[in-house]
Write a protein that binds this ligand. Structure first.
Ligand code: ATP
Ligand code: MG
Length: 273
């Protein structure tokens, strides 16, 4: 199915276009079937958030930008979904923050690693870590293939950005004393709960905002950046995200907004995958 089947005025047109793109990435083996399902889980939470960047996400984003600017060895950990959704912005963020880009897959195979690395290079990445024998080091207490990391990247990183990541590996990175910035639409996932800074938002919206925030904070003193990090509490921020969702749902339940804008309208049945 091609994008032209999607009416421009469809209430979920963007989301449908993204699905179409992801199915093509799946055909190219960059995304595995469980990656498509993980995307669906995210979509459900995005629906609850109203598909916008909420204030709590903006706050976490600012602190994440400060963390990037303070980092000695920042690494952007890229899996199939992250590469498919945000390759160009990953490259932009890496160059703005002098971060390394490492391929880090839950479903690791040599051919997928190579395909995702090639996709990142097409988007402008010069160096892509974590491919093949380069991923020769291990994460603590993580099983088999899922624990492999690059000694030049994730192993020595002090700050790691990840998105659509699995809870076990997020926990392993935290146990290795890394500052973990997670982008996760679900404030209840283990990744969201375990990360040092959780940005509860769609990674597609987050990446350009994070680049802008880094540019804005560039001239901020080190002391002020440290203070931004010190005064941030991830638990409180996650609670506020849950409060936002719950208040929004209560408000929607009381009004007729639900039938006006929050449900897919006719057309979706024809287009849905
Ligand atoms: P965990 O393993 O952390 O407990 P999980 O098992 O519930 O999480 P996974 O499939 O392991 O979920 O990870 C995918 C996560 O990515 C989900 O929490 C999902 O909400 C989130 N997600 C999906 N799409 C996006 C997106 N576009 N932007 C941000 N987060 C997303
Ligand atoms: Mg999981």
């Amino acid at each position: 199915m091609k994008d032209e089947w999607i009416p421009a005025n469809h209430p979920r047109a963007d989301s449908l276009r993204i699905r179409e793109a992801l199915t093509r990435f799946h055909e190219d083996s960059i995304i595995v079937p469980s990656g498509l399902i993980a995307h669906g889980r995210g979509e459900a939470f995005d629906y609850l958030l109203g598909e916008v960047t909420i204030d709590e996400a903006k706050k976490a984003l600012k602190v994440a930008a400060a963390a990037f600017l303070l980092a000695a060895n920042p690494v952007i950990s890229v899996n199939g979904n992250f590469a498919a959704l945000c390759a160009r912005d990953v490259v932009r963020l890496a160059s703005l923050s002098r971060a390394s880009v490492e391929i880090n897959l839950f479903h690791r195979s040599a051919s997928r690693e190579r395909k995702i690395a090639a996709h990142m290079r097409r988007a402008g990445a010069t160096t892509v870590l974590g491919v093949g024998k380069d991923a020769s080091a291990s994460l603590l207490e993580t099983l088999s293939n899922r624990r492999r990391v690059d000694p030049r990247g994730l192993l020595k990183a002090d700050t790691v950005l990840l998105a659509l990541e699995d809870g076990d590996r997020t926990r392993a990175l935290r146990k290795m004393d890394k500052l973990v910035i997670a982008v996760d639409l679900n404030p209840l996932s283990r990744t969201a709960q375990e990360a040092s800074i959780t940005i509860v938002d769609n990674v597609i919206r987050v990446m350009p905002l994070l680049c802008e925030e880094i540019k804005k904070l560039r001239s901020t003193t080190r002391e002020d950046l440290v203070e931004l990090l010190r005064s941030y509490d991830n638990r409180t921020n996650l609670s506020k995200c849950l409060d936002f969702i719950s208040s929004r749902l209560k408000k929607l339940a009381k009004t007729d907004e639900v039938s006006e804008g929050s449900l897919p309208e006719e057309g979706l049945a024809r287009i849905s995958i």
